[in-house]
Design a protein around this ligand. Structure first.
Ligand SMILES: [Zn+2]
Ligand SMILES: [Zn+2]
Length: 287
């Protein structure tokens, strides 16, 4: 059997990753990877950059994204693969996500000011760079101005779930995320199910039209990998996987190249996309 050579879960500077898409591809080339997907949170800007560079680094890049969605008040992550990157509905959804994040960040900064933590919003925008503004950027600014001693403390004292300056995210249903990816002719995969998700919830999500499930992930031990492989077989889901790489940060270290899956998963993703496109074409013909 061929060595696993594909990483289908990677973040870059276009979301909360620390490494730019070109550097990621350069590292993957060094490792000897054959294919990858850049799956930034709610944006495909980094993925587009990587798609342009695939020939230069000799690595196949398949379109990817990681969408945040909710089911019964719990957040789940849905990975999208091999979709049409120009699909209007998907682009519109990502723009709404971007605006929501900006509004949320402004509300958090306002709440912090009411608690005598005065931050400069322009500085936070600068810290975020190409990425949408997220809570770690706000925490970073708090740390810079010595309101807290660590990023963790910013979360536990102020901006973590339920804390005094916490503002909840705008919720999108899981079914909507899956539908959006399907309408853009793509494949949806349930990200890191081992983190929190019980089997009945997985079955519910499968009912929304889920195509794949992430079996290889840094948070999955060998027992979990086996378990989710069986789930994939039972429900006819494509097994996907990757490093969920964010950069060289302490808590998730450098996992690039350590959580690869066989290229066969990419083949299965493409085959299923073709099937969907054929069905869609025949529906158009009948109409
Ligand atoms: Zn995730
Ligand atoms: Zn991720």
């Amino acid at each position: 059997m061929m060595e696993p050579s594909t990483d289908l879960h990677i973040h870059t500077t276009y979301s909360d990753g620390e490494i730019a898409p070109e550097e990621v591809l350069s590292r993957l080339q060094y490792i000897g990877a054959s294919a990858c997907a850049i799956t930034d949170h709610d944006t495909i800007e980094g993925c587009k950059v990587a798609l342009e560079l695939q020939a230069k680094y000799g690595i196949e890049v398949i379109p990817g994204v990681e969408l945040s969605a909710h089911e019964d008040g719990v957040e789940y992550h849905i990975l999208g693969y091999e979709f049409d990157i120009d699909n209007c509905n998907l682009l519109e959804f990502m723009e709404v996500c971007r605006i929501n994040r900006l509004t949320r960040a402004k509300e958090i900064v306002k709440k912090l000011a009411e608690r005598d933590v005065i931050l400069d919003f322009d500085e936070i925008v600068e810290l975020a760079g190409k990425s949408p503004i997220t809570r770690p950027h706000i925490a970073h600014s708090m740390l810079n101005h010595e309101y807290v001693d660590s990023i963790k403390e910013a979360f536990t004292l102020y901006i973590g779930t339920g804390c005094s300056a916490y503002v909840p995210k705008v919720n999108f249903p899981v079914s909507q995320a899956i539908k959006l990816i399907r309408q853009a002719h793509g494949i949806s995969s349930l990200a890191h199910p081992g983190k929190t998700i019980s089997l009945p919830v997985i079955e519910k999500i499968i009912g929304y039209g889920l195509d794949a499930i992430e079996i290889i992930h840094p948070s999955h031990n060998p027992k979990m990998v086996n378990h989710y492989r069986k789930v994939a077989q039972k429900f006819d889901l494509i097994p996907t996987g990757g490093s969920d790489f964010h950069g060289n940060r302490g808590y998730d270290a450098n996992f690039l190249g350590q959580f690869m899956i066989p290229y066969d998963s990419v083949k299965q993703i493409k085959k299923k996309c073709e099937k969907y496109e054929k069905v869609l074409a025949s529906v158009k013909e009948i109409a």
